[in-house]
Design a protein around this ligand. Structure first.
Ligand code: PEP
Ligand code: MG
Length: 313
């Protein structure tokens, strides 16, 4: 009835039968927090904004101020900070990276540390200082992590600075397939479905002609998500989704059914996702996940899940 609808339009994410799914916000800077946060926190704080279009790297103090502003602005203090995701496909002149013939497969994300480790180390120093100054303990994750060895190295650098909640984005299929091993090194995972699709389907994420391959309802992508969620459950650690897939209300029921523990999206998607979950039972979410994993065509999956969910059984 009306009361239930109103109750579901704000507040924490829950299925109709009360299974919690944390609903979080993707932001690029403190400005995106606007007049308030209608979410349980920030699930993806993209820190690139500080670095874009600059001749020199932002200094330690400037970074501390930017990170501290976000940590202080989020009620409850749940903020997942993503370390710099740059590379030859998102070029930053001051990094001085060599040109590459195949930038999406080159030095980007955490791999920048292979050539310019100090840039990532200064960033971790600044996040740690912002945490100390604000009294808020952030979650910190690296983009483009590919192996458990890389995860271990990143975790060691972060923990050495007193950062206690360390994770990785899952954007590379090899990392999804080894999610269990990554979680031996890490406290959480966050699946970036935009890049995970690009790399799983060998299709440039900006290539309009290949949109069908990049459809987040593709079962090949969902199987990788399922593998991560399974590893998270086994380890008792959170595994979220922060790519565009999380913003589709029906797909949110599928992701919930696969076992992900949080969904992070831009602000306009929060209410529709929250409302859809509030009207869908966990059993329906799990049945939707089976339908989507079984379908060979993403459009067929979407239609079948829509029909079954509307029927409400
Ligand atoms: C992703 O790849 O899904 C993601 C959330 O990161 P970005 O879109 O910033 O690459
Ligand atoms: Mg990405």
């Amino acid at each position: 009835g009306e009361r239930r609808r109103l109750a579901a339009s704000t507040g924490p994410g829950r299925t109709a039968d009360g299974h919690g799914v944390e609903l979080l916000l993707n932001i690029g800077s403190a400005a995106d927090l606007g007049s308030g946060v209608d979410a349980e926190g920030v699930g993806l704080f993209r820190t690139e904004f500080l670095f874009l279009g600059r001749k020199d790297a932002p200094g330690f103090e400037e970074q501390v101020a930017a990170y501290e502003a976000v940590l202080r602005a989020v009620p409850g203090g749940k903020v997942v900070v993503r370390t710099l995701d740059a590379g030859t496909d998102k070029p930053l002149p001051f990094l001085g990276l060599p040109e590459e013939p195949n930038p999406a497969l080159g030095v980007r994300g955490l791999r920048v540390g292979r050539l310019r480790q100090e840039v990532l180390d200064v960033q971790l120093d600044a996040v740690a200082e912002a945490a100390r100054a604000s009294g808020v303990r952030p979650w910190v994750m690296a983009p483009m992590v590919t192996t458990a060895g890389e995860a271990a190295d990143f975790a060691a650098r972060a923990r050495a600075r007193g950062i206690t909640r360390v994770g990785a984005m899952i954007e590379v299929p090899a990392a999804a397939l080894r999610a269990d091993h990554l979680l031996r090194e890490l406290d959480f995972l966050s699946i970036g479905t935009n890049d995970l699709s690009q790399y799983a389907f060998a299709a440039d994420r900006q290539h309009g002609e290949l949109a069908d391959l990049l459809d987040p309802w593709q079962a090949g992508l969902l199987r990788l998500v399922a593998e991560c969620a399974r590893a998270g459950r086994a380890a008792g650690k959170p595994v979220g989704v922060c790519g565009e897939a999380a913003a589709d209300p029906l797909l949110a029921t599928v992701l919930t059914g696969l076992g992900v523990t949080s969904l992070s999206m831009s602000a306009p998607s929060l209410a529709p996702v929250r409302e859809r979950l509030a009207r869908t039972s966990l059993a329906r979410c799990e049945a939707n996940a089976r339908i989507a994993l079984d379908a060979d065509d993403p459009a067929v999956a979407r239609k079948a899940v829509a029909e079954e969910t509307a029927a409400g059984h």
